[in-house]
Design a protein around this ligand. Structure first.
Ligand SMILES: [Zn+2]
Length: 277
């Protein structure tokens, strides 16, 4: 029997910088993994192409031997090279992808999708509580990134129901668990409002992909809000962090992704994932 075609979606966190080796730094991991992916003869295609294929709008041939890459949380480390306070100069995820592409123009261009936290107040507060308060979580780079052809800006909710925030868009103030977003008012604030804000920054381009903060979603969001309020949120797919490749039979509101540092921790670890698909 033919094996079901599956496309791996790999997820990184640009703020994961605890050192300068593979296991402590997602920038080092991404640069290494792009080389491994190429060595294995695979291309990095836009995540939107995976969703097109899932919807039956792209043929299998366009996604065969391909992976897609997403980055979560959307800080300046996605786009700008920055001096980390203890680990030194860091090449941005965007520039790592561009460097890689410039070295090998034979293959299809590398593409990244950045899932950003929409709320400017939440980002500004998290910049002070989770980073070093240098303003490295603003959205001034989104438009330039989205215009580059290398990086798409997509939605990672309004405020990530982040535990470091004083107030979150969840009616009981339950933080750290997006599956507690389970009524229309909270879904509107976390999903529709996030899309509207991002669209304003992108001159009207509304994101159509969503990644659940912390990976989980409520049944209400998956079976009611996302499928039935399409004209409100404008999305066509949502991603969790179940570690397996996307197949055509998956629910569009529960598309899986692998996470660097959790599902693989080394160059070999990623090669093992890709070899098993
Ligand atoms: Zn996140």
């Amino acid at each position: 029997m033919a094996r079901t075609l599956g496309i791996p979606v790999l997820t990184y966190h640009a703020m994961n910088i605890g050192g300068n080796d593979y296991s402590s730094n997602d920038h080092v991991a991404l640069a290494t993994d792009l080389r491994s992916i190429r060595k294995l003869g695979k291309d990095v295609i836009p995540l939107s192409h995976v969703v097109d294929w899932h919807e039956g709008k792209r043929p299998d041939e366009e996604v065969l031997d391909a992976v897609a890459i997403s980055i979560d949380d959307g800080s300046w480390f996605d786009y700008y090279d920055l001096d980390h306070p203890t680990c030194g100069r860091q090449r941005s995820m965007f520039n790592i992808a561009r460097d890689h592409q410039n070295r090998d123009r034979e293959r299809r261009p590398v593409h990244l999708t950045s899932f950003v936290i929409a709320s400017p107040e939440a980002r500004s507060s998290l910049d002070r509580s989770c980073m070093i308060g240098k303003g490295w979580w603003s959205d001034q780079w989104w438009k330039e990134a989205a215009d580059s052809g290398i990086m798409e800006i997509a939605s990672h909710s309004w405020d990530h129901v982040h535990p470091q925030l004083e107030v979150v868009a969840q009616r009981d103030q339950i933080k750290g668990d997006f599956s507690k977003v389970d009524c229309v008012d909270d879904a509107e604030r976390q999903i529709a409002q996030a899309g509207e804000y991002i669209a304003r920054v992108l001159d009207g381009r509304k994101p159509d992909l969503f990644a659940y903060p912390w990976g989980a979603a409520s049944d209400y969001v998956v079976t009611e809000y996302l499928p039935k309020f399409l004209e409100r949120h404008g999305l066509r797919a949502a991603f969790n962090i179940e570690p397996r490749p996307v197949t055509r039979s998956d629910n569009a509101w529960l598309l899986p992704r692998f996470v660097c540092g959790r599902d693989w921790k080394s160059q070999q670890g990623l090669q093992d994932i890709l070899a098993a698909i």
